[in-house]
Every structure is written in structure tokens, then in C-alpha cells.
Design a protein around this ligand. Structure first.
Ligand code: ADP
Ligand code: ADP
Length: 226
């Protein structure tokens, strides 16, 4: 099981910016949590601290019941999907998805099985030999999701994954990500500044402003008591 607990989390950047202030969250195992709020409110910093890409200035972060403040990103059982995809443009889709597994010395036949499984979920099977530079934005974002899925992480972190897509594709990918969440049965933490994304995707929504959590509730309750 991998719920997450954030206890009194702060991030102070060198130079004095307090990006995150006293954030307390209990995220349940398998929950789809959305962090929403205007640009600069601390969403990305919160996600990056959970990923271990940014040091926590104060407070405690638990994944499951393990305190992970000092645990390296690769040992946290998480995978992160970025807005700009962060793919290797000259490697095939297969190799992009296999890359992290190769680094971890996963046996070849297991890599092949996992990549093919993820490709099926994401409708990428016919594109495994293609290179991202010859693909559309939606296809690239699917590859980025695939690269995370093959690692079977306990927690998925997604940082504005749909911001670079046009409105139609964004709507389509919202549904698709919701399906992937159901299928995988893992915890998702999803960052967006888009209210519609938050309201349609989240089991619960965490509203942030100026580094603080303002409100945590289900879409239904937020809709009735905004
Ligand atoms: P959001 O993801 O909600 O747009 P961020 O977490 O990126 O917000 O930023 C929160 C605050 O921290 C902003 O004021 C931003 O300018 C500041 N910030 C973000 N990254 C850094 C950094 N590396 N160094 C200094 N300040 C930063
Ligand atoms: P390396 O990087 O170790 O030289 P490759 O990248 O050529 O190896 O391929 C690694 C493994 O992945 C090989 O077993 C290969 O058969 C398999 N593979 C590569 N591309 C595909 C693909 N499009 N579909 C299925 N398997 C693939």
C-alpha cells in the first residue's frame, strides 16, 4: 500500500522565497489527488519534493509508512510525468520506454514484456519503432506515460501533463488518464492550473494559494460549496 502523508511541509528556496508553507495532506492508497491553483502557488514544488527532486526545508514526508525525506528519488517507488515529455528524441518509442528499466538492469525479456504491456494499454503498439521527433504531441505524451507505467511505481506524479496539447486532445487525454488510473490501481498525484481538469479527474482536489493549502474536498462538495 502506498498512501502518502505530508506533515508540516515547507519549502524555502535560497534567496528567501517560501514556495510551500505548512502543507498537511493524507493521500489514500489508490487515490487520484489533484493539486490545483494559479501559477506560482507552489504545486510544482510540492510535487518535486514528493519526487525527491527538491529538498524539503521542514516537515515530514511518508510514502506508505516510510519516512522518505532523505531517500533518493530512484528509491522512492514513484514515477513522474512532465509537461514537456522529457523524451529522448532520437531513440525509438520502445527504447524510450525501456530506458529506465535498462538502467535498473531489468532482464531483457521482462523489459520486452513490460513495454509491450504498457504499449497495449496506451495504444502505442504500432508506434514502438517510431522516434518521438516524428510523432504528434498526444502520441509523445502517451510515450511519457508509458515510460512511467513500465516501472510499476506505487505512486504516479504528473506535472501539468496536458498543458502542451490542444483543447480537443486535452479532453481526450483526460478520459484516457482516468482509465489508466483505474486500470493500474495506483496512487496518482496530478498538478494542474486547469479547473476543469481538476474537477473532472480528481477523487479529491487540493486547492493551493501562495504556498498554502486553502481547501481539500471532493469535486462534488467543491461544486456545491465553492
Ligand atoms: P506552481 O507550480 O504552482 O506554478 P512553483 O512551485 O513552480 O508554483 O513555484 C512556487 C514559488 O516558488 C514561485 O514564487 C516561484 O517563483 C518560486 N520558485 C520555484 N522554483 C524556484 C527556484 N528553483 N528557486 C527560487 N524560487 C523558485
Ligand atoms: P540495446 O540497446 O541493448 O542494443 P536494443 O535497443 O536494440 O538493445 O533492443 C533491446 C531489446 O528490445 C531487444 O531484445 C530488442 O529485440 C527489443 N526491441 C527493440 N525494439 C523493439 C520493438 N519495437 N518491439 C519489440 N521489441 C523491441
Amino acid at each position: 500500500m502506498a498512501g502518502l502523508t505530508l506533515k508540516g511541509i515547507y519549502k524555502k528556496y535560497p534567496g528567501g522565497v517560501v514556495a510551500v508553507s505548512d502543507v498537511n495532506l493524507e493521500i489514500r492508497d489508490k487515490e487520484f489527488i489533484v493539486l490545483v491553483g494559479p501559477s506560482g502557488c507552489g504545486k510544482s514544488t510540492t510535487l518535486r519534493m514528493i519526487a525527491g527532486l527538491e529538498e524539503i526545508s521542514e516537515g515530514e514526508l511518508y510514502i506508505g509508512d516510510r519516512l522518505v525525506n532523505d531517500i533518493a528519488p530512484k528509491d522512492r517507488d514513484i514515477a513522474m510525468v512532465f509537461q514537456n515529455y522529457a523524451l529522448y528524441p532520437h531513440m525509438t518509442v520502445f527504447d524510450n520506454m525501456a530506458f529506465g528499466l535498462k538502467l535498473r538492469k531489468v532482464p531483457k525479456d521482462e523489459i520486452e514484456r513490460k513495454v509491450n504491456e504498457a504499449a497495449k494499454i496506451l495504444d502505442l503498439t504500432h508506434l514502438l519503432d517510431r522516434k518521438p521527433k516524428a510523432m504528434s504531441g498526444g502520441q509523445r505524451q502517451r510515450v511519457a506515460l508509458g515510460r512511467a507505467i513500465v516501472r510499476s511505481p506505487k505512486v504516479f506524479l504528473l506535472d501539468e501533463p496536458l498543458s502542451n496539447l490542444d483543447a480537443k486532445l486535452r479532453a481526450q487525454m483526460r478520459t484516457e488518464i482516468a482509465k489508466i488510473h483505474k486500470k493500474l490501481g495506483t496512487t496518482f498525484i496530478y498538478v494542474t492550473h486547469d479547473q476543469t481538469e481538476a474537477m473532472t479527474m480528481g477523487d479529491r482536489i487540493v486547492c493551493m494559494k501562495d504556498g498554502f493549502v486553502q481547501q481539500i474536498d471532493t469535486p462534488q462538495n467543491l461544486y456545491e460549496n465553492p
